[in-house]
Design a protein around this ligand. Structure first.
Ligand code: MG
Length: 451
């Protein structure tokens, strides 16, 4: 495949209803998002011309943020307009169609294929007929459609599907069934006992000649629209292979990969209670560690000087000494900011709000903490609870404890019941004990963002 005629569509527009409301594509595996891993299988595919990712409408920024900088750089190297973030539709089929339309526009693909094929499931013109309509000199463009919740597809699998698609027109990777399948009726009675050897479980990426698949999707969309207008139910397709079979023709298969699992529920992630498969897992999964929560830790110290306000957790505390610092010097919020950023591995307070940047001179640390919390949410997480210790010789912080908890909770957008502030003295020892400094420590738990 010398010419760059391969398009890749990674679908991530679903709502993850079986994943506790969190978008499973944003979940972290080994420090990378599921979506980033799903995209990475295609980045070195020879002939890759364009790649699109579908996102739930309005959640494009989060979807983009779920991609690592290395992945984004690789996608940008495809050329201007060759990486597309596409708002999905109300169904999987519609999201795929919108993604295909965007890719076709970027690559100058025209729909060719099922001009008058039946919609009832009989084979139509077939991929061979469709391929015949393309100019003989140029290899026909193909598109690989991959599920954004499959982080462990290998580059080898992507290449195998692409090669087979160029030959066969439509290809699905299959893995053997482990358990014996039975077909049941509505009351659970077994109607058929199919041979396990004759069946397989379908994976992605699925590969298709681009023009005919686009044409088939347009027809399916038109028919669904007409059915909706008539108040009738439209035909449901579980995947693009079924849609291809209905409008275009037969679908070939290649060997899939046992490790190419789809993440459906939180427990599918390795490291979670139900997802832990031990050291003997398959190659992709065995090395990964993920959890249904992450934790961050932060520490800060500021000099105490006369003539400055003492601000802790956003609360001004009457004192003859206050924090020296570039911003308001709120050591407690600074420790919390570092813990928030640490939990999602987004750097530290000095990187985000550099002291060299005049924009942060005298900044209200509550604004900085709110920004850090927003970054945590953009990364697909949200603060769960916060536990802090302030080391200050005097004044006593007990009378201000609840005000600090309320203030921190308001800044982070969580309940005050989830915020603990403990006050310690240093028994006259070290800088804090000698009233030359105030220290603060914070631990933050973050959990997958709901909605
Ligand atoms: Mg500080």
């Amino acid at each position: 495949m010398p010419e760059k005629r391969i398009a890749v569509l990674v679908t991530a527009a679903g709502r993850s209803e079986r994943f506790g409301g969190t978008k499973k594509e944003f979940a972290q595996v080994e420090g990378r998002s599921v979506l980033d891993l799903a995209v990475s299988a295609f980045l070195s595919l020879p002939g890759l011309a364009a790649l699109a990712v579908t996102a739930p409408p309005g959640r494009e920024p989060e979807t983009l943020a779920a991609l690592s900088s290395a992945t984004k750089a690789a996608l940008e190297s495809l050329g201007p307009g060759r990486f597309l973030l596409v708002a999905g539709g109300s169904t999987r089929r519609e999201s795929v169609r919108l993604g295909l339309e965007a890719l076709a526009g970027a690559m100058g693909i025209t729909a060719n294929g099922p001009s008058g094929g039946p919609s009832g499931g009989e084979p139509g013109a077939g991929p061979a007929g469709a391929a015949g309509a393309a100019p003989a000199a140029a290899p026909e463009a193909i598109v690989l459609v991959h599920d954004g919740a499959r982080p462990w597809a290998s580059e080898r699998l992507a290449l195998r599907v692409a090669r087979a698609t160029a030959e066969r027109g439509a290809v699905v990777p299959l893995v053997p069934l482990v358990d014996t399948p039975k077909e049941t009726g509505p009351d659970g009675t077994i109607l058929r006992h199919p041979r396990r050897e004759s069946m397989g479980a379908a994976q992605t990426p699925q590969g298709f000649l681009f023009g005919p698949l686009l044409a088939a999707h347009r027809r399916a969309a038109a028919e669904a629209g007409a059915a909706a207008e008539a108040g009738a139910a439209s035909r449901d397709f579980t995947d693009d292979a079924e849609l291809w079979a209905a409008y275009v023709g037969p679908v070939a298969s290649v060997e899939g990969e046992i490790s190419n699992k789809k993440i459906t529920v939180l427990g599918d992630l390795p490291g979670t209670a139900r997802g832990a498969s031990g050291a003997g897992g398959t190659d992709g999964a065995a090395r990964t560690v993920a959890a249904p929560f992450r934790v961050g830790q932060g520490w800060d110290i500021h000099r105490l000087v006369p003539g400055r306000p003492l601000v802790l957790g956003g609360v001004a505390i009457p004192s003859d000494l206050g924090e020296d610092g570039h911003s308001d010097g709120d050591a407690l919020l600074h420790a919390i900011i570092d813990a928030l950023l640490g939990a999602v591995a987004l750097g530290d307070i000095g990187q985000l709000f550099p002291p060299s940047d005049e924009a942060w001179r005298g900044a209200d640390s509550r604004d900085l903490a709110a920004r850090a919390a927003a970054l945590v949410r953009e990364a697909g997480w949200e603060p769960g609870n916060v536990d802090c210790t302030v080391v200050l010789e005097r004044p006593r912080l007990g009378p201000h404890r609840d005000a600090m908890r309320e203030s921190i909770a308001a800044v982070l957008g969580i309940d005050a019941a989830a915020v603990a502030v403990k006050a310690k003295t240093k028994e006259g020892l070290d800088a804090a004990g000698e009233l030359r400094a105030v220290e603060a420590q914070a631990v933050v738990l973050v959990v997958p963002r709901r909605g």
